[in-house]
Design a protein around this ligand. Structure first.
Ligand code: SAH
Length: 224
């Protein structure tokens, strides 16, 4: 799977993809992540990517040209399944959207900055608008990293233990069960005995009950 991320701040996207599961997915050749600096696609002398808003008001607006030039170049090289704009007024990201995107091949992600991007980019190119929650961040880079992480870990072969994604919260109706590791007794705080019993069917039953209980308490809406 290939992601092309368009941004004015490529530096913001260096670290999130250079560690852990996302790094491994790229090394294994399962995911390719390309970050494009929109300034490289600006035709203006000073490599401007933003300008004052028509009609006045505060904040700068990202111009259509650099986005259009970069998108057109990418589209001339391969077909894209989606062009996603990260935006607080988009559909809120959830596990089912992540699952849906994890079976696509090529995805472009647009990161806004400042006041936002010229509406014509959204009208002409964007196939989907995704928010990571009801709050406003300074740019679409962190949201893009969140989206890519949520999607890539679902691609078969990325997680070393594939079944672990299946028991994650939101993958089914239930939140994940509590987890423990060594030591079995920490200053008198003990790990539930059942987990040390070696009785797999009983452990599975306990985990299911714990997950159900946790979901009832924290997210009853998931059980409706
Ligand atoms: N004026 C816009 C916010 C601009 S914030 C509004 O009120 O809707 C600048 C950029 O950050 C946005 O264009 C978007 O790409 C990104 N962004 C901010 N918050 C986000 C969120 N919750 N989810 C996804 N992207 C977000």
């Amino acid at each position: 799977m290939r992601f092309d991320i368009l941004t004015v701040l490529p530096g913001l996207l260096e670290s999130p993809f250079a560690h852990s599961i996302l790094q491994r997915a790229q090394k294994k050749g399962i995911a390719e992540i390309h970050v494009h600096n929109l300034r490289d696609y600006s035709s203006s002398k000073h490599k401007n990517v933003d300008d004052y808003p028509y009609g006045g008001g505060s904040g700068m607006v990202m111009m259509i040209e650099p986005f259009a030039a970069c998108i057109e170049k990418l589209k001339s090289e391969r077909e894209y399944d989606e062009i996603i704009f990260m935006s607080p007024d988009g559909v809120t990201l959830n596990q089912s959207i992540a699952n849906e995107l994890s079976i696509k091949k090529n995805i472009i992600i647009l990161c806004g900055h400042y006041k936002g991007i010229d509406q014509r980019i959204r009208d002409l190119y964007v196939t989907r608008e995704i928010s990571i929650g009801d709050y406003v961040l300074s740019g679409g880079e962190l949201p893009a990293a969140v989206l890519v992480d949520a999607v890539v870990r679902l691609i078969p072969g990325v997680l070393s233990d594939e079944t672990s994604a299946l028991s994650d919260s939101f993958q089914g109706e239930l939140l994940d069960a509590p987890v423990y590791t060594r030591p079995a007794d920490w200053n008198g705080h003990k790990v539930p005995a059942i987990l040390l019993s070696g009785n797999t069917p009983k452990i599975e039953k306990w985990r299911f009950e714990q997950a159900l209980e946790r979901t009832r308490k924290r997210r009853p809406d998931l059980l409706e």
